[in-house]
Design a binder for this molecule. Structure first.
Ligand code: PLP
Length: 398
């Protein structure tokens, strides 16, 4: 066996992909599975975006592009950030990358090393903790509070900062909870960060356009953070483009050359046709995005009360994204057992909260990026399965 570097043993994974593989294997074996495990829109990429990608190939865009991305795309990103948040960002600070994950990987590798601490949301996107460990840094979990709609508490976060803290990761709207941090909480955090000028901030706003109420508060609207804020965003969720692998980061001017070097050392550039497709997404009609959001809103309006009606389930209403994260402690099953038994016995794929960190214990993540019929089917199956457990327990005299 070749000898791996020590850090390889620190690398975690994203359980949603494992659940997807298991659900697909069961489906291939003839089982009827409702998959609410994977976090991707169930819509096709809007047609005008697909056409722009195909046209780019037909027009001969087959070679390398600049490592940071084609200029029209970086200009369109800057214009879109101005449209959404009213901020003026130079296209020179935009680094186009193959998916939102890449900005996360670069930011964590840029600051993480043994002895350093990185604060990250928990329950949160599992790759944060995985890459922090891979970098050698110590992951410091930022608790998200169910009672606060899965927001962080600014005072609590500020109290976690030590002289070793290099990076603070925020994610609102959040995966896996759908939680949205209120503006007042973000204001207090940013005000407190003035006392910690050496701590960088990475704000993962990949679900920033997926909000059901109010407006998204982008960290880019705080000018005092400009020289230490990394914005993570991309096309995967908003434009149903997960498979195109296209995202972007906005980097502080002083950090940009390092991020660009990481790109040159790893992927060189994003494939050209995806970049032209991304350009069409930002400059084309917005009606397809509005239609997708209307569908997500309809599904949310169904699934939250439906989950709350299941015995032992308690589900907060998600403010954004397309995830419901009910507390299932009342069922008497731990989340991982529930995840595997619901998949094997009821044919419903979900992801245990512990896949998103220790503080996700007692919860299950439902991705409601699925048709209303599929959601109704899933809730019906879970209800029947829970009923059967009670009947069986009753029959055993438990
Ligand atoms: N950030 C969060 C919070 C996510 O949930 C995801 C994907 O699920 C990503 C980043 C990564 O997105 P991409 O598929 O563009 O790499």
């Amino acid at each position: 066996m070749p000898i791996l570097s020590g850090r390889m043993h620190q690398l975690g994974t994203e359980s949603a992909f494992e659940v997807l593989a298991r659900a697909n294997a069961l489906a291939r074996a003839g089982r009827d599975i409702v998959n609410l495990g994977i976090g991707q829109p169930d819509f096709a990429t809007p047609a005008h975006i697909v056409e722009a990608g195909m046209k780019a190939l037909a027009d001969g865009h087959h070679g390398y592009t600049p490592a940071n991305g084609i200029l029209p795309l970086r200009e369109a990103v800057a214009a879109d950030l101005h449209r959404r948040h009213g901020v003026s960002i130079s296209p020179d600070r935009v680094l186009v990358v193959p998916g939102g994950k890449v900005t996360m990987f670069f930011a964590i590798m840029m600051f993480g090393e043994p002895g350093a601490e990185i604060i990250y949301p928990n329950p949160g996107f599992p790759i944060y903790e995985s890459v922090i460990r891979f970098s050698g840094a110590t992951p410091v979990p930022m608790r998200l509070h169910e009672a606060k709609g899965f927001s962080f508490d600014a005072d609590e976060v500020l109290a976690q900062i030590t002289p070793q803290t290099r990076l603070l990761i925020l994610n609102s709207p959040g995966n896996p909870t759908g939680g949205v941090a209120p503006k007042a909480e973000i204001d207090r955090l940013v005000a407190g960060l003035a006392r910690h000028p050496d701590v960088a901030v990475m704000s993962d706003e990949i679900y920033g356009e997926m909000l059901y109420e109010g407006t998204h508060v982008s960290l880019t609207t705080y000018p005092e953070l400009e020289d230490r804020l990394i914005l993570l965003d991309g096309w995967s969720k908003t434009y149903a483009m997960t498979g195109w692998r296209l995202g972007f980061g906005v980097w502080p001017a002083a950090l940009f050359p390092y991020a660009e070097r990481l790109a040159i050392n790893s992927h060189s550039c994003v494939n050209a046709s995806a970049q032209y497709a991304g350009l069409a997404a930002l400059t084309g009609p917005r009606a397809p995005v509005a239609r997708m959001m209307a569908a997500f809103a309809e599904r949310r309006a169904y699934i939250v009360p439906a989950l709350n009606a299941l015995p032992g389930f308690r589900c907060a209403s998600p403010g954004g994204a397309f995830y419901a994260f009910p507390n299932v402690a009342g069922t008497g099953f731990d989340a991982r057992t529930l995840q595997s038994r619901l998949l094997d016995e009821a044919g419903v794929a979900t992801v245990a909260g512990t896949s998103f960190g220790a503080l996700g214990d007692g919860h299950l993540r439902f991705s409601y990026a699925a048709s209303l019929e599929a959601l109704q089917d899933a809730v019906g199956r879970i209800g029947a399965w829970l009923g059967k457990q009670n009947t069986d327990a009753g029959a055993r005299g438990a």
